[in-house]
Design a protein around this ligand. Structure first.
Ligand code: PMP
Length: 361
């Protein structure tokens, strides 16, 4: 019997066991070809349905039409989207609106500044990024708006998005993509590194509104132009075949869980259980995000009285089979990343562990 730990890593992260089982079979042989999924050509006719089905399933899950949106499977991580977006849509002396909610929005803004002006429409830096802003200063002439839907390091998440008219909205959903119901139609470009909620590292899913194509800058490098990937159906060059294949399995798994409605129900329950124990024992487990409506259901961050106690928490939890609870190296503390595939029972085990540990210190 395979012994699985409870994996709280922030990404790459836990994947559904049935997905891993199916993927492992295909690592030996794919589609009765006498070859592995790792060995087939990306232009093999047996690979076509993988691309087609994963696009179809992802659009279905999001409630989007293939007439309006194209799903792209790109490389270079979400970090490459930080530069592709401004390279394609911004230019010198023009402005884009960014909402600054943490480390990753900072990374996105840094790249945008290479191409044009950045207006920080709102920021939560005044309170160490512990909340999601509710007031925004949009600039009238911005070419687009950029949001980070879930702040993986700081543990905050939009539960309601600002209403934005007449401007394309680009959103980094790397750490909460397909974790809850969202009106995806309000966005023009959604991107997510797969390695948290929807697959392994190596592929970035970009959901691209086709009407944006006419706004794309020309004379930019071929590989960094959205036009290339839309026109060539993500097959301009060799795509990450195996990662796309696993994304297709995860999409199938999400549908089997009852789509986003089913996924959201379990995610809410998991987060509630964990936040409840943190709030109840806040003298020991200090919640970092005290503004409850800004709390992330994906990355739950908390601190303890000292770094020594936090270290002990990490090592004792590891002994109990709870892996990856150390906070991001830039902020310290503790973080439980509880993405879609993280099981409810793992939260119950963590909560029990926290209650026991509190008595021991
Ligand atoms: N945006 C967010 C919200 C992230 O959490 C991360 C990675 N943790 C990134 C962007 C960067 O992603 P990648 O490593 O795929 O470039």
């Amino acid at each position: 019997m395979l012994k699985r730990v409870y994996n709280f890593n922030a990404g790459p992260a836990v994947l559904p066991l049935p997905v891993l089982e199916e993927a492992s079979r295909c690592v030996l042989e794919f589609s009765n070809l006498g070859m592995s999924i790792l060995e087939i050509s990306h232009r093999a006719k047996e690979f076509d349905p993988v691309m087609e089905n994963s696009e179809k399933d992802l659009l279905h899950i999001m409630g989007l039409s293939g007439d309006d949106y194209k799903v792209l499977f790109l490389q270079g991580g979400a970090s490459t989207q930080f530069c592709m977006i401004p390279m394609n849509f911004l230019s010198k002396d023009k402005t884009a609106d960014y909402v600054h909610t943490g480390t990753w929005s900072k990374g996105a803004m840094k790249e945008a500044k290479l191409f044009g002006n950045v207006n920080i429409a709102a920021s939560s830096e005044d309170k160490a990024f512990t909340y999601i802003p509710e007031k925004f200063n949009w600039s009238s002439d911005a070419l687009y708006v950029h949001l980070t839907s879930n702040n993986t390091i700081e543990g905050t998440q939009y539960h309601e998005f600002p209403h934005i008219d007449n401007k394309p909205v680009m959103v980094d959903m790397s750490s909460d993509f397909l974790s809850k119901r969202v009106d995806f139609k309000q966005f023009d470009l959604i991107y997510a590194g797969a390695q948290k909620n929807i697959g392994p590292a190596g592929v970035t899913v970009v959901v691209f509104k086709k009407s944006l194509l006419e706004k794309c800058n020309k004379d930019i490098p071929t590989m960094l132009s959205y036009k290339t990937h839309v026109e060539k159906n993500s097959l301009y060059n060799t795509p990450p075949v195996f990662s796309i294949y696993v994304v297709s399995l995860v999409a199938k798994w999400i549908k089997e869980q009852g789509g986003l409605e089913g996924i959201e129900k379990v995610n809410n329950k998991k987060a509630e259980l964990l936040y409840n124990v943190i709030d109840e024992m806040s003298d020991i487990y200090h919640p970092v995000v005290t503004d409850k409506k800004s709390r992330s259901n994906m990355n739950v961050v908390f601190r303890m009285a000292s770094e020594d106690i936090e270290k002990k928490f990490v090592s004792k939890s590891k002994e109990a089979g709870l892996i990856g609870l150390k906070g991001h190296r830039s902020v310290g503390g503790l973080r439980a990343s509880i993405y879609n595939a993280f099981p409810l029972e793992g939260i119950e085990v963590l909560v029990d562990f926290m209650k026991k540990f509190a008595k021991e210190i």
